[in-house]
Design a binder for this molecule. Structure first.
Ligand SMILES: *Cc1c(COP(=O)(O)O)cnc(C)c1O
Length: 394
């Protein structure tokens, strides 16, 4: 009897173990082998569970989706390769040529671009309206309006949308309400409890929380919508990398701790900034002088999230001096990192708007947005005080 030849090409069986790993395994496999065609059939028919091909779904995405589902009170949420993939899937998976979508006028920059540049090319019209004014927003609804896309708290002026008013109008007019909940997170606000049909996240931000994974999430209440969005996402290849999902799921273990600490820091930092010489304006949703203070408190409770915006005197020169004087605070156009990051909308997210449109929103050259991290608040206060003092000594 001849021995079976050995081969490096054959997979070595996984070593048996009576114990199991405590950490979620990372499963990078693109394909899954079934025992026979009958079993594969039963998998495709949904009779038997089981993965087939990673673009269609894989365990690391599902484990992550289940955790975000739990936070949002959702079912069957879909993880995508980026937040923008989630926004795109929610819109293009549902809308068709001839439909109109109405967006908030201060949506995330790429979402605005998708609405104003890309959808019209596909025969879907879009317009924007101010979501802090429900009556004005209602007036912008057209007979062919199929969907409303909102963010709860706007970037970077932290205006709070009239979600209650707009959700009621959407219901009355039979228009789907999609909410990008990235800024507020389900810790601050749960859109499905306020009339949303679709919830979207850039998981890249504070949910994953460590600036090392680019991911999105989209969930719908109605199983039919969910199916349409899932099929569109899979067909157009919006699939997330297992490794990114694994990193994000690990990030989620500490999400609630990080969010609570960052939010507490943000409220304290907002008060601190307001007392510093050279600071001309501070924006924090639950602060008394914020234009949407009452709505922020009724929608978000007493605490207003982890983002603070402020303005200093002295224009661009002072802004340059500020970031240079605070090298430990990453000057980077993102948010939600475990550490504090600083962004300057006039030179990044809002550069394409032009000076006049920026001025109308109150975004001057001295305007900064802070994504507050979980550092010791004493350190943050000292770093900001020093950087702002340096910015004013020109
Ligand atoms: C960052 C962000 C997005 C896009 O997410 P990516 O993961 O960067 O693609 C969408 N909406 C909001 C509110 C965001 O902050």
């Amino acid at each position: 009897m001849s021995e079976t030849p050995k081969s490096l090409i054959r997979r070595t069986p996984w070593p048996p173990s009576a114990s199991r790993p405590v950490v979620t395994p990372l499963q990078p496999s693109v394909v899954y082998a079934s025992p026979d065609p009958d079993t594969l059939d039963s998998q495709y028919e949904g009779v038997n569970p089981g993965y087939t091909y990673a673009r269609e779904g894989h365990p690391n995405a599902d484990v992550l989706a289940q955790k975000i589902d739990m936070l949002e009170g959702a079912e069957g949420g879909i993880v995508t390769g980026s937040g923008m993939a989630a926004v795109t899937a929610a819109l293009l998976g549902v809308l068709k040529a001839g439909d109109h979508v109405l967006g908030g006028d201060q949506l995330y920059g790429r979402s605005l671009r998708l609405l104003s540049q890309d959808l019209p090319r596909l025969g879907i019209s879009a317009s924007m309206a101010d979501p802090t004014d429900a009556a004005g927003f209602a007036a912008a609804i057209r007979p062919e309006t199929r969907m409303i896309l909102l963010e709860v708290v706007s970037n970077p002026t932290l205006r709070v949308a009239d979600i209650a008013g707009i959700a009621q109008i959407a219901r009355e007019r039979g228009v789907l309400l999609a909410i990008d909940n990235t800024f507020t997170t389900p810790r601050g606000f749960r859109p499905f409890e306020h009339g949303a049909d679709i919830v979207i996240h850039s998981v890249t931000k504070i949910l994953a929380g460590h600036s090392d994974a680019t991911l999105g999430y989209v969930a719908a209440q109605d199983p039919e919508l969910r199916r349409m969005i899932y099929d569109f996402a899979v067909t157009t290849g919006m699939t997330a990398s297992p490794f990114d999902c694994w990193l994000a799921e690990r990030g989620l273990y500490s999400f609630e701790l990080r969010y609570d600490r960052a939010e507490e820091n943000a409220a304290l930092l907002a008060d601190h900034l307001a007392g510093l010489p050279g600071v001309t304006r501070v924006l924090y949703p639950t602060q008394r002088d914020h234009p949407d203070h009452n709505r922020a408190v009724s929608l978000l409770g007493e605490r207003g999230g982890h983002m603070v915006s402020f303005e200093i005197a002295g224009g661009r020169a002072a802004a340059n001096a500020l970031t240079r004087a605070a090298p430990a605070i990453a000057f980077a156009p993102t948010l939600g990192d475990i550490g504090t990051t600083l962004s300057h909308p006039a030179s990044s997210s809002h550069r394409a708007l032009g000076v006049e449109a920026r001025e109308a929103l109150g975004i001057s050259e001295g305007f900064f947005r802070v994504s507050v991290g979980v550092e010791d608040i004493a350190l943050l206060k000292a770093e900001f005080a020093a950087a702002i003092a340096a910015s004013q000594q020109l």
